[in-house]
Design a protein around this ligand. Structure first.
Ligand code: GP9
Ligand code: MN
Length: 414
């Protein structure tokens, strides 16, 4: 009811981080390209497997002057996997515990990133070469006001262009750039890659590095598909340049969720040369995040602790769109007020001092259990925040927001 909404709004307002004036609007009026990198975890970045570089192109980006590389950024998904990451990025709300919100709440009212961008003159879309109903996307995208879904029907998959779950990333990016040429400008699109997906199968010709050797077939093949995806992203950047779409765009890329589950701890332990503890398992939920602004020149490595819920406010602020009246639980990663506190869907959390998992409070520096009292205040906040997000979704509370604030136009301009 109304009182619930007010209480939650007060919490959200109290946690709002004002944008850094230096960063607010730096990408104003540019096309927005958001790339969801399937199953990409951060541990492969600037790393090697048996002497082979795994992500040569992304490694270059981590040192690139037009790129902010976030090396302390976490996925916050649950069982909804890719669809949860999409939900989080669009709404800056948590997915649901034990189910996929794309299935359970596709009839809700949302104030999505795409909705906000549409209001601001962008043509909005998602590009993903899978059937449109997978994860109930066709229905949920309507609820999130995504104007166009370039699903598998928008692509032509020639012989040799599909593997594993479907279209390979290289032809996918290639054809997507062609489709972008015809989009109304400025456009905002989210691209979802597919090749680096369990069980990480590849055609021989796409294997650019050998397999790893361990008791886990999954981990062994993972390095190869990651390497392939890296090659695909490299080609994508080249294509954008060749087609005149590069300079006037901002490209945001992130891993959607883990690729290697805890079932492969033994093999991961071998690769990392240590025994994998619950602390390590939590840290392994880091995914890379890149904000690439062609011509910007002041990019750097950012170790600010942050997560996927932060993407919505971050992106909107980079485009010069205010979010202070918005129901969102993340905050702008470039804001001086951004708080180093990341909550996982399952209640685990990370602060700049601790990781809390399986009801144990670990010291972030040593990885050893430490004084519970350090985690205590955050345990309560994590519970509150997850509950608030659930309340918003379960009660479809965003449908009341416009009414309370007055007309939709007033809300937009608040
Ligand atoms: C399917 C793709 C993979 O379209 O997004 O989904 P996932 O299994 O990673 O959630
Ligand atoms: Mn996925």
């Amino acid at each position: 009811d109304g009182t619930e909404l007010t209480e939650i709004e007060n919490y959200v307002k109290a946690n709002h981080a004002q944008p850094d004036p230096e960063m607010f609007g730096v990408a104003k009026d540019r096309n927005v390209i958001i790339v969801s990198l399937e199953s990409l975890q951060n541990f492969v970045i600037n790393n090697e497997m048996d002497g082979h570089v795994i992500t040569p192109f992304l490694n270059e980006l981590t040192k690139d002057k037009d790129t902010f590389y976030f090396n302390n950024f976490y996925h916050q998904t649950g069982l909804g996997k890719t669809s949860d990451s999409e939900f989080i990025v669009e709404n800056s709300l948590y997915g649901r515990n034990g189910s996929a919100v794309f299935f359970t709440h596709s009839g809700n009212t949302y104030d999505s990133l795409s909705n906000r961008l549409g209001e601001n003159g962008y043509s909005t879309s998602v590009m993903h070469a899978n059937s449109k109903s997978f994860w109930n996307r066709d229905i949920m995208y309507k609820a999130m006001d995504i104007q166009k879904f370039y699903d598998v029907e928008s692509y032509s998959i020639e012989e040799g262009q599909a593997v594993n779950w479907g279209m390979k990333d290289i032809p996918f990016f290639d054809q997507s750039v062609d489709l972008m040429k015809d989009m109304k400008k400025p456009f905002a699109t989210r691209m979802i890659t597919l090749t680096n997906h369990h069980p990480f199968d590849l055609d021989e010709e796409d294997k650019l590095i050998p397999e790893y050797t361990s008791n886990s077939n999954t981990l062994n093949k993972y390095f190869q598909t990651v390497r392939y995806m890296d090659e695909a992203v490299k080609g994508f950047f080249e294509d954008l340049k060749e087609n005149g779409l590069y300079d006037n765009s901002i490209i945001i890329m992130y891993g959607d969720h883990y690729g290697i589950s805890e079932n492969h701890n033994k093999a991961m332990g071998m690769y990392m040369d240590k025994e994998i503890t619950p602390f390590d398992n939590a840290e392994l939920q880091k995914v890379p995040m890149f904000v690439h602004i062609p011509g910007y020149g002041k990019g750097k490595v950012m170790d600010e602790l942050s997560g996927q819920l932060d993407l919505r406010p971050t992106i909107l602020h980079l485009l010069g769109i205010d979010t202070k009246a918005d129901m969102q639980f993340g905050s702008d990663v470039f804001s001086p007020d951004h708080e180093p506190f990341v909550i996982f869907r399952d209640g685990r959390f990370v602060t700049d001092k601790n990781i809390y998992t399986q009801e144990v409070c670990y010291d972030i520096e040593t990885g050893e259990p430490t004084d519970e009292a350090q985690c205590e205040p955050y345990v309560e906040r994590a519970t509150t925040e997850l509950n608030y997000s659930d309340t918003v979704i379960n009660g479809d509370l965003l449908r009341f927001k416009d009414q309370k604030d007055g007309s939709p136009e007033m809300k937009e301009r608040e």
